[in-house]
Design a protein around this ligand. Structure first.
Ligand code: T4K
Length: 377
């Protein structure tokens, strides 16, 4: 089976000296030497002054929300991974869903103002597949209404927009270094804060609220990254640009192989974006010869496990479906996209022959082994 992703790993030979160092100094966690080095390396690589490492992308969201010191309602998108909305709800806040826009499926800024109430305190937007949100429009709205802006940038590691890191926008951006991402530390994540003060609050959250052995001015948890994950991160960083180049090549081949198939649309890459190619989403339009779900099953029967990122829509989940903002009429585009989206296998060493075969299966080449569901004779 070809899965939707296959993590990049450095050679074990590269990792062993680092493991020997961890074994020798016996500092395994609590912001040890590898943690410090990786955090500094990321500040440089991500062009961000304030990076706080975390043990995954979900707690990075939790930390950013806690540091934002917000209450009431948070404007957000229904078109994301479930961690985005859960992190709002877990903080005792109410998510208010706003529809997405055409082209990149990030939250539609022209619909945000109508959703603002006296209880609104923040906007939590998602750079979906690493596509930049309309950061200027969102910031202008936030400034007008004095709202905090948090970007869930789980997909946006290394993405540059208009020549600068995408992570320099908003008050906080959160990253995921999960195994399935273009940059992984097995599990891991980070918060990028815009200010010193913001980062201090994030760091308090990360380490029980400790400032020193006897000073605990804030409530906090334990969301630290271990020395093993940090050492791995340092190694992975050496390979990221090579991985990005390989992924770009896979993306280029898909665009050639899938061009001109009726009812299959690919997302354009805007010229001002330097992507990281974490995902390869396609839209299965009604003109295609089978539905998205039929294509998903058909691909699986032919050895390709594509994924429906993101389906179901978060506003349709049992704990959110009764919110006023969850009505289908409020979210027509997100509803449609969630029903048409399919993310094809995308990883650095996806073989050209596998891509070509996948494209043949989508085109309906009769030599593919399983019959398409719903059109079987
Ligand atoms: N915000 C957004 C917008 C996100 O997309 C995510 C996570 C988060 C926040 C939260 O960040 P983290 O807390 O996760 O750091 C996966 C990932 O678990 C999740 O990180 C990711 N987004 C989401 C979009 O996808 P699943 O349930 O699809 O993963 P799973 O286990 O089915 O893996 C997909 C395929 O990847 C497998 O079929 C095989 C391959 N795989 C997977 C793993 C775990 C490997 O080859 N090796 C592996 O170790 O959620």
């Amino acid at each position: 089976m070809i899965y939707v992703t296959r993590p990049f790993l450095p050679d074990l030979d590269e990792l062993i000296p680092m493991l020997e160092e961890i074994w020798a100094n016996r500092i395994l966690t609590n912001q040890g030497p590898f943690h410090q080095k990786f955090q500094e390396a990321l500040c440089q690589f991500l062009e961000a002054e304030h990076v706080s490492l975390m043990c995954n992308g979900t707690v990075a969201l939790n930390a950013a929300i806690a540091a934002a010191e917000i209450a009431g309602e948070v404007i957000t998108t229904p078109y994301s991974f479930v961690a985005t909305t859960h992190s709002i709800a877990m903080a005792g806040l109410t998510p208010v869903f706003v529809d997405v826009r055409e082209g990149d499926f990030t939250v539609d800024p022209s619909r945000i103002e109508a959703a603002i109430t006296p209880r609104t305190s923040a906007i939590l937007a998602v750079h979906v597949y690493g596509n930049p949100c309309d950061v200027d429009a969102i910031q202008a709205i936030a400034d007008r209404h004095k709202l905090t802006v948090i970007y869930d940038a789980a997909h946006a590691f290394g993405v540059r927009y208009r020549g600068q890191s995408l992570l320099t926008y908003g008050d906080f951006s959160t990253l995921s270094f999960h195994a399935t991402k273009a940059f992984n530390t097995f599990e891991g994540g980070a918060v990028v804060s815009a200010t010193d003060a913001g980062q201090k609050l994030v760091n308090n959250y990360r380490n029980f609220g400790f400032v020193d052995e006897v000073t605990i001015p804030a409530i906090g948890g334990n969301t630290k990254m271990s020395e093993f994950n940090a050492a791995l991160g340092l190694l992975q960083l050496n390979h990221f640009e090579e991985v990005r180049r390989q992924r770009a090549e896979v993306d280029r081949r898909y665009r050639l192989l899938l061009a001109g198939i009726e009812g299959i649309d690919m997302l354009p890459i805007p010229p001002e974006v330097e992507p990281n190619y974490t995902y390869f989403p396609i839209l299965v339009r009604p003109e295609f010869r089978m539905s998205r779900d039929e294509l998903y099953e058909y691909l699986k029967a032919n050895g390709f496990h594509a994924r429906r990122y993101f389906y179901p829509l978060l506003s349709s989940l049992p704990m959110y479906r009764d919110l006023l903002s969850s009505g289908h009429n409020n979210l027509p585009l997100a509803t449609k996209v969630a029903e048409q989206i399919l993310c094809l296998p995308m990883y650095h060493d996806l073989a050209e022959a596998d891509q070509a075969r996948l494209a043949e299966v989508i085109r309906g080449d009769p030599s593919s082994s399983a019959l398409p569901l719903g059109i079987a004779g």
